[in-house]
Design a protein around this ligand. Structure first.
Ligand SMILES: Cc1ncc(C[n+]2csc(CCOP(=O)(O)OP(=O)(O)O)c2C)c(N)n1
Length: 626
């Protein structure tokens, strides 16, 4: 590649004449599209910021100046310009380049990220630390309009406006979250952006910047005065001015000349500055421009058509799909059900529900904490809220679950998708902590289905229950069992014995029960006969059954796709200890106090030891060692 092959870092980019940067942008797009078409990834967001990324690296002195990407899913161009072009084919592969920004990966990655809306707080902290060290370099946070729906972003803005330190925030406004953006701010930005007078002024402003060479402070002062006269009209800047930021824009985020000029002029500000940049998600690749929702996070596809390969296998429907279908079926019978999503209607399988029950579907934006307290309010007034949020993102709302839902035992249903190892998105996205953080809360019931039909049954249980209740299920296809959407509820706190044997007791939860059954077959071939229990509930455990079996068999293996600390196996240990079962040995299979890297689910389960093999090894240890 003519340009990328010569770029090992931003200094090399700066050697390229300005009028050739458009060609660099084309090469970067080609490389991103090629690799994502094979490995999958966050295509549309990354294509949308190619020019902005080039301009930032052209103007600033990174890593001395600090760039902080919000979410980090749009950082592919940044990776290509900071020495990762040659390894980029390994994007999202096990032990390859991460799909997000990661401090351990590169000195150019200033803050590890994957969850939304952290960039302003983190950036401000860095400004503060730099000021303490009398380091006068810049800090630039780049945040999307979707990520601006979270309260955390406003907490950062509010504090920055008060501190008045040297700080630049860039609002990357593409009018989209994963789906269409929601909320009053989003409509405010779109409304003011389409204001005719504003459009004209924006053009004039751009033309002016284009025609004037950089004249440093004078230009900055002029732009500020110009902006002030501008404020007599309705501008999106008023909101940010209220937070004591100097507001510039909106400017076209695909016009490299404009971007370089204005970034050069706002560089080294005296106080906080917000630059509003408008971009198009999927820019430069027609299928992604046309369907940015699909190409937000996409699997492999054919570059010429944008189509994903037709599925040849008869893979069972995913847990997500079954949950979505189940919600539609339940909502037909129960008029109180309200689905609450935090900016992920597609990801959580709720699109059909949203179409069919528009008034009972609420997308609150990237606002997990609000989603939970909002649901508590719904439940307090007789609705039956189902909060569908990925396990990892619900971590944000720990206190809301505890304080707003559990203390008064409001009947809120938590549907936690992506429980366990999620795969290529890596450590920020694996859902490894939910059993621990949920089971410690009084009044909460915690379930995990072993297959997709049990998911349906647990949803029936949840709807009938009069208190907080959570079920967590994994990413990916179900086990291929028959699904009966009218199946009867499972009884709370009742486990199920799937197989009997006197040598070993294997207790599994969720998807891992299937590994437990595989392991029992393998152990049987070695002469060890196991009882296998599908625990179904992390809380309340089926104490009577488990204590009885543990007392008789005395050798117990637990398996969970979750951290060991405070998880399902810990709950079993507590039960056995508190139940006074003496001489019983327990071996727990789970994740041992580490963050799991990115890679395919199969590779990670094998390498981190969450599979039948690990259960067999644990069982042999108990049965063969004296
Ligand atoms: C706390 C949290 N909730 C949900 C998500 C899932 N998510 C990833 S990107 C995204 C949309 C971000 O929109 P925006 O900031 O506008 O960036 P864009 O993709 O449009 O460039 C969402 C909801 C997340 N990463 N973090």
């Amino acid at each position: 590649m003519k340009y990328l092959d010569q770029i090992n870092g931003p200094d090399d980019l700066k050697q390229i004449p300005r009028d050739e940067l458009g060609a660099v942008a084309r090469e970067i797009r080609g490389r991103i599209i090629d690799v994502v078409s094979k490995n999958g990834g966050h295509l549309a967001s990354s294509l949308g910021v190619v020019e902005l990324t080039i301009a930032l690296h052209y103007v600033f002195d990174i890593p001395k100046d600090t760039l902080i990407w919000d979410v980090g899913h749009q950082s592919y161009a940044h990776k290509l310009l900071t020495g990762r072009h040659r390894d980029f084919d390994t994007l999202r592969k096990y032990k390859g380049i991460s799909g997000f920004v990661k401090i351990k990966e590169s000195p150019y990655d200033a803050f590890t990220v994957g969850h939304a809306s952290t960039s302003i707080s983190a950036g401000l902290g860095m400004c503060y630390a730099k000021a303490l060290k009398q380091d006068n370099s810049n800090v630039v946070s780049i945040i999307g309009d979707g990520s601006m729906t979270a309260g955390l972003a406003y907490e950062g803005l509010n504090h920055a406006g008060d501190l008045q330190q040297k700080y630049i925030v860039i609002l990357n406004d593409n009018d989209m979250s994963i789906s269409a953006n929601v909320g009053a701010l989003s409509s405010y930005l779109s409304r003011t952006l389409s204001h005719k007078k504003l459009q004209n002024m924006r053009n004039q402003f751009g033309q002016f910047l284009k025609s004037v060479p950089k004249i440093g402070d004078d230009m900055y002062g002029w732009a500020k005065r110009w902006e002030e006269s501008f404020k007599t009209f309705v501008t999106p800047g008023m909101l940010f001015e209220a937070f004591n930021f100097d507001y510039f824009g909106p400017i076209d985020g695909h016009n490299l000349d404009h971007l370089i000029d204005i970034l050069s002029n706002i560089k080294d500000p005296d106080s906080p500055v917000l630059l509003h940049v408008t971009t198009k998600k999927g820019k430069g690749y027609a299928p992604a421009e046309k369907n940015p929702v699909y190409f937000h996070g996409v699997g492999a596809f054919a570059v010429d058509t944008g189509k994903s390969p037709a599925s040849t296998s008869s893979a069972p429907p995913s847990y997500t799909t079954v949950f979505g279908n189940c919600m539609v079926a339940l909502a037909k019978q129960n008029k109180c059900i309200v689905a609450v999503s935090a900016a992920m209607p597609e990801g959580t399988g709720l699109s059909h529900f949203a179409e069919q029950f528009a008034d009972r579907f609420v997308d609150v934006g990237i606002a997990e904490q609000h989603a939970v307290t909002f649901a508590a309010g719904l439940a307090a007034k007789g609705a039956k809220p189902v909060v569908a949020i990925y396990s990892t993102f619900l971590q944000r709302a720990y206190d809301q679950i505890l304080h707003d839902v559990c203390i008064d035992s409001h009947p809120v249903i938590f549907a936690l998708d992506r429980g366990g190892i999620v795969g290529e998105d890596g450590p920020t996205h694996h859902g490894m902590f939910d059993f621990s953080y949920l089971r410690s809360m009084p009044n909460m019931v915690v379930m995990a289905p072993m297959d997709e039909n049990e998911l349906v049954r647990m949803m029936q249980t949840a709807v009938a229950h009069q208190g907080p209740i959570a079920l967590r299920y994994p990413r990916g296809p179900g086990q291929g069992v028959n699904i009966d959407y009218n199946a009867k509820a499972v009884d709370i706190g009742k486990a199920k014995v799937l197989r009997t044997g006197g040598d070993l007791l294997i207790i599994g939860i969720g998807r891992c029960v299937n590994d437990a059954m595989d392991a029992a077959l393998q152990l049987s071939a070695k002469g060890i006969e196991s009882t296998v229990v599908n625990a179904r509930f992390v809380k309340p455990l089926d104490g009577d059954l488990i204590l009885d079996l543990a007392g008789k068999i005395k050798r117990v293996v637990t398996i969970e796709e979750h951290v060991l600390a405070g998880g399902f196996g810990s709950a079993i240990l507590e039960l056995i200890c508190d139940g006074g079962i003496s001489g019983c040995r327990v071996n727990r299979v789970g994740i041992n106090d580490v963050f799991i890297e990115h890679g395919s689910q199969a590779e990670l389960r094998k390498d981190y030891g969450i599979d039948a093999r690990a259960v067999v090894a644990a069982g042999l240890k108990l049965c063969c060692e004296k």
